[in-house]
Design a protein around this ligand. Sequence first.
Ligand code: SF4
Ligand code: SF4
Length: 343
Amino acid sequence: MYTLQFDINHCKTCPTGDCLVKCQFMSLDKTEAIKEMIKIAEGKDSPVLHDCVTCYGCEEYCKRGNHPFYLITEQRQAKGILTAPRAITRQWINIGEPRGKARLGQVKGKVLSFGFMPELLQLVRGRLFEDVMPSYVFGQEFFCNVVYIHFSNTSIIKERLPQVLENFRKLGVKEVVCMHDECYGAFASLAPAYGMEVPFRPIHYFEYLYGRLHDLAKELRPLRIKAAYQRPCSSRLSHDTHHFVRDILSIIGVELVERAYQDENALCCGDILGMNYGYELKNDVQSRNLDDMAEHDAEYCVFNCSACQNVLATKVAKRGIKPIHMIDLCKMAIGEKPSMEVS
Ligand code: SF4
Ligand code: SF4
């Protein structure tokens, strides 16, 4: 059985308690934050186990190599503190069940992984991906299963993620370009946190895009637009790659508006918040986030995660802001996609 690697001594000597001090959904000072995290690590009950809304933020806020959110999730499951009704959790778990129907392209040493998000298959056409495609994998057999940390369920991840890693190992791939942010988080953060061996180098698709834009530098035309970036919850698990947002936007001539809810202070799309914690919380988070984009005169809202885009695209467009996926924005910069009108 895989065990979370969490060092309580890091908390006992922590100078900041940032994991919970910076939490946007609770109000704890440094002393309280450290005390509560130590209690959780000792297996005791804590208000945090009841009030956490699974934004994943504390995984980024802790700079001492601990995994506060994974620990919260472990302890919630151990104590039966559910974040959603059992039927909803079961429904989600069934969706990710391997069915032996994975789709494989012409798999080579380097492969694109779509996890289990069919909309990504449409996004990878054109020159940005011509050096890898048609080397790809898609299906539940390659689905990272990270979403279940929203449902206080790490046991299903500990059961399925090793099998997903084994499926990649059997293909003999050396590098996996993760087209979904959450998959990268699974391989670069969650699997190592549980001592699972990852038999390939995971590459975040932002890193891949950044490299391809350099390859295609002669075809780049600055877009000269102002954009807000919608950071997904999963990006907190791969915060080491967040700098690629600015790096990419900079080379394609997009000005990132300096708004309140970005970087460490970002707000998620709100979808899971609505499902698990009520529509009032979801509406509050979405309203503050979209108001912030509009107040800072963003012309475009750039999405990393297709699921966030599905949730927010219409709401963004109603405020006169054009919703676009990062990949499509890069296609605009190399002349493969026209600029957008808001309908
Ligand atoms: S989880 Fe990290 S930030 Fe939080 S108290 Fe422990 S060491 Fe400090
Ligand atoms: S996951 Fe988010 S809501 Fe939960 S404790 Fe961490 S920062 Fe707070």
